[in-house]
Design a protein around this ligand. Structure first.
Ligand SMILES: Nc1ncnc2c1ncn2[C@@H]1O[C@H](COP(=O)(O)OP(=O)(O)OP(=O)(O)O)[C@@H](O)[C@H]1O
Ligand SMILES: [Mg+2]
Length: 459
């Protein structure tokens, strides 16, 4: 869907003629009779292109141009100029206007200018997105020995066509590794196609992977290409591969062995050239042992295993990662303040001792929250703990059982009993009979529990 073109001109005649020409070409049009009206429209509506009259009473075209460029630098603007105002139009181009058209308007020249402006802005947008995505996704931070090893493996496997399986905990950067291999390989000009095996229902997996013909099943309204076909010439990334059903595993096994398959409901066998990279955070040999993963498929996928170590095993990379993410967030938010907070030495100590269960993703969320939540120059251990604590609360499902989730029942019972007794003691200022009453216990009973848990009441 394209957004409208905004025509800014105080002459209703020009607005309606130009509006009609553009509507005939299938564009939608919004009109403004003054610069101020236009600026208020821009605040609420998405606009793809502006026609702007050079000469208008009150706010002149050049001033409107500057105001628009200040807030919407990428929005292309074509100036409409009377014959005697050409020098102004030329000045406008220097100020960042895309082009100008002269009154009386020539339909051909006007439409040509519209096409060019839209093409140009699409290209510059694409360019910017590409640059951003290069910065965002394609940088792999880490110079320590563990990451050096990973980078070496990436390079070695990029030079081959062998299947790679990327192993590692949640958020360690497995997908990033897969993308790097593709990008450094001969196939980089062809697609990198990702399939999240855990997210596709079993009934749809075949259609997802191999595509389907029109009418193959009730909801198959048209012919659709599957991921294998889309990845032809490039790389197919089977993410969360251990979460595939056994049924799906059998289908995938055949496809990657033969590189041939049929679309669901189709007769023709299609042949593709696809390099397969898979990833999982599960212990696959264990899954094989439990009968949840096909051993033959595992051997097919596991030609080059790449293990991405968790953050706690490569703390030497922490300062680099912190620096990288801070810069990235500052860049993304187009913030005026470019300096970022410093951690005190206790805060660093805390960060390096933290075990980072969510790995790089957790670190990234933590740093993003930190920038939002504080404008202090220096962050100490206390603040670090608070912000890290809150980032857990958001990323982990909130349940009052949190502290006990990973304990055997008996330990959990004891831990709970102990915590409750301590809390009630504090509430009742360590008065035993009141505490016992609050807990519905006999004082002697409470005494023996205090003894059992070694709780001091002398405070
Ligand atoms: N070495 C690194 N340098 C910079 N950014 C990284 C690095 N490793 C991971 N990231 C970033 O951390 C986030 C998580 O990475 P990614 O999605 O690749 O992890 P994953 O192992 O696939 O996670 P999951 O197991 O949850 O699927 C992404 O935003 C990624 O860009
Ligand atoms: Mg992933």
């Amino acid at each position: 869907m394209r957004n409208p073109i905004l025509i800014i001109d105080d002459e209703p005649g020009i607005r309606s003629v130009l509006g009609a020409v553009l509507s005939d070409e299938g564009f939608s049009v919004v009109e403004a009779s003054s610069g101020l009206e236009a600026l208020s429209i821009l605040k609420t509506d998405l606009i793809d292109l502006i026609f702007l009259d050079v000469w208008m009473p009150e706010m002149g075209g050049l001033d409107v141009l500057k105001a628009v460029k200040a807030d919407w630098p990428d929005l292309p603007i074509i100036m409409i100029s009377g014959h005697s105002k050409i020098d102004m139009a030329v000045r406008a181009i220097k100020e960042g206007a895309f082009d100008f058209v002269e009154k009386p308007l020539s339909i051909d020249k006007t439409l040509a200018s519209v096409q060019n402006a839209l093409k140009f802005s699409a290209l510059s947008r694409e360019n910017r997105e590409l640059r951003e995505s290069l910065f965002l996704e394609d940088t792999m931070i880490g110079e320590g020995p563990a990451m050096q090893r990973v980078k070496e493996l990436i390079q070695q496997s990029a030079a081959t066509d062998s299947r790679v399986i990327v192993l590692g905990e949640n958020g360690t950067g497995k997908e990033l590794v897969a993308r790097q291999i593709h990008r450094q390989s001969q196939r980089s000009r062809h697609p990198f196609v990702e399939v999240n095996c855990a997210a596709i229902p079993d009934s749809l997996i075949e259609s997802e992977l191999f595509g389907h013909e029109k009418g193959a099943f009730t909801s198959a309204v048209g012919r659709r290409k599957g991921k294998f076909e889309l990845a032809d010439g490039g790389t197919l990334f089977l993410d969360e591969v251990a979460d595939m059903s056994l049924h799906a595993q059998a289908k995938v096994l055949r496809a990657i062995q033969e590189m041939r398959f049929e679309r669901v409901g189709g007769e023709t066998t299609l042949a593709v050239d696809v390099r397969v990279i898979s990833a999982t955070n599960k212990d696959i040999p264990k899954e094989v042992g439990n009968g949840r993963f096909r051993e033959d498929l595992f051997y097919r996928l596991n030609v080059i295993p790449i293990y991405v170590p968790p953050l706690r095993e490569r703390q030497e990379d922490l300062p680099l990662l912190v620096d990288y993410f801070f810069k990235k967030f500052r860049k993304e938010s187009k913030a005026e303040v470019l300096d970022v907070p410093h951690f005190t030495s206790d805060a660093w100590k805390f960060l390096t001792e933290h075990t980072w269960p969510g790995n790089i993703r957790e670190l990234k969320n933590f740093l993003e929250r930190l920038l939002v939540m504080t404008d202090n120059d220096e962050i100490d251990a206390e603040q670090t703990k608070i912000i890290l604590g809150q980032s857990f609360a958001v990323s982990a499902p909130v349940t009052p059982l949190q502290p006990w989730l990973n304990m055997p029942l008996n330990d959990a019972k004891e831990a709970f009993e102990r915590a409750l007794i301590e809390e009630k003691l504090r509430e009742n200022r360590y008065n035993i009979s009141k505490t016992a009453q609050a807990l519905g216990l006999y004082p002697s009973n409470l005494h023996s529990k205090l003894k059992k848990f070694g709780i001091e009441t002398g405070k």
